[in-house]
Ligand binder design. Sequence first.
Ligand code: C2E
Ligand code: MG
Ligand code: MG
Ligand code: MG
Length: 283
Amino acid sequence: EAKRRGRNIWQPFDHELARDLGDRLLMESLLRRALDSGEFRLVYQPKIDLARSSVIGMEALLRWNSPQLGEVSPSHFIQHAENSGEIVRIGAWVIGEACRALRAWRDAGLGLRHVAVNVSFRQLLGGSVLDAVQSALRECGLPGNALEIEMTERVLIEDAGDTVEMFSALRRMGVSLTIDDFGEGYSSLNYLRRLPIDGLKISHTFMQGIPVNPVDSNICQAIVQIARSLGMKLTAEGVETDAQREFLLQLGAPYAQGYLFSPPLEAARVADFLEAWGDNGNG
Ligand code: C2E
Ligand code: MG
Ligand code: MG
Ligand code: MG
C-alpha cells in the first residue's frame, strides 16, 4: 500500500522532472552549437508611420533552424538560451547581424532610418550589450541613432542596479530604448520615471479586441495618452485588420507593426517590399 501510494505520488513527478531536465539539457546543448553552425538568421518586420503610411524602420526577429528540431520559435528557445547564458553570445551576434543588414540596405540606396533588436533580461544583466553595440556600430560605420533596443518590462522591474548608467551610456551614443509588450506583465509604471526610455510598444494582446472590445480599446487609448504625455514614441504591435489601423490612426498613435502591413521578411526580400510599398524607406 505504501509502495503503491509512493509510486502514485512520485512517479508522475519523476517523469516530468526527467522530461523537463532532458528537454532543457537537449535544448541547451543544441543551442551551444547553433551559432557556430550558422543555424540562426534574422527576419525583419517593417515599422510603419501610420499618418504618413511610410516605413520608418525594421525590427530584427531571430529564427533558429535546427537540423535536429526544425524551425524553433524564439518564444520557446530564448528562455533556454537565457538559462544557459548562451544568450550573451547569441545576442551579440543579433546586434552585429542587424547592423550589417542595415548597412547593406543603406549601401543599396534604401534610406531606412533604423533597425530594432530585441534584448533579453539576462543579456542586459551581463553588461555586455554596451560592448556589442559599440563594436557593431563601429564595424558598420553606423551612427547610434541607427539602432533601437527593445526590451520587456522585466528588465526594468528587476532593475540590476546599474541599469540607469547603462541606459544613459546607450542614450549618449544615440541608441534609442523601447519597452516591448508594454502592459502585458507588470503594473508598476514607476520605472518610466527613473529610466531614460524613448518609446513604448503596446502589447499585441490589447490589439486583439480592437475596436469591438471596449476594455481593450480603453487600455489602448490610455497607453497612447501615457506615451504622448511622457514624450515617448508609441508603436502598436500585432495590427492585423484595417479596423485596428483606423482606430489607432484616430487615437493619434504614431507607429504600428503587424501582418496587416507585413509579416517578418527575409533580409533579401526587404528591398522588394519597400519598392512594392512605394517607398524607398526615405519617407
Ligand atoms: P516581440 O519582440 O514582441 O515580437 C513580435 C512577435 O509577434 C514576433 O514573433 C512577430 O513575428 C509576431 N507578430 C508580428 N506581427 C504580428 C501580427 O500581426 N499578429 C500576431 N499574432 N503576431 C505578430 P516572433 O518572431 O515569434 O518572436 C517572439 C518573441 O521572441 C519576440 O516578441 C521577442 O520577445 C523574442 N525575440 C525575437 N527575436 C529575439 C532576439 O533576437 N533576441 C531576444 N532576446 N528575443 C527575441
Ligand atoms: Mg520586439
Ligand atoms: Mg512585442
Ligand atoms: Mg511579444
